[in-house]
Design a protein around this ligand. Sequence first.
Ligand SMILES: [Zn+2]
Length: 122
Amino acid sequence: MFRLIVGDEFAAAHKLSICGEELHGHNFHVWVAVEGNNLDANGMVIDLRLLRGWLTEILKELDHKYLNDLAYFKVNPPTVENIAKYIFTNLNRKIPDSLRLMYVEVWEDERQGVRYYEGCAT
Ligand SMILES: [Zn+2]
């Protein structure tokens, strides 16, 4: 089994509904992992540029945005938890059946982040 990990980042602002929270921004760092068993003729599970491209496409929708204004985050508060779930759900739609999306990690800074996964993935 191979686990491939790619990362990217985006900058965005949000305001959470907890008491005293001000509007503020983060440079979010995102890591995603996929697993697959089979290598293609090039010796790859998947071309990492493809995987990174899909991730970048999704992050473009969030980059330099006020997250509270986006439709998804009007229904789901723009916490780092919901940001990770949003990226997972959208990326999972692009991942071919031969691979499994294991997790999406979103870090607000070097001290705190969230890993989102479904089922028993770690
Ligand atoms: Zn924040």
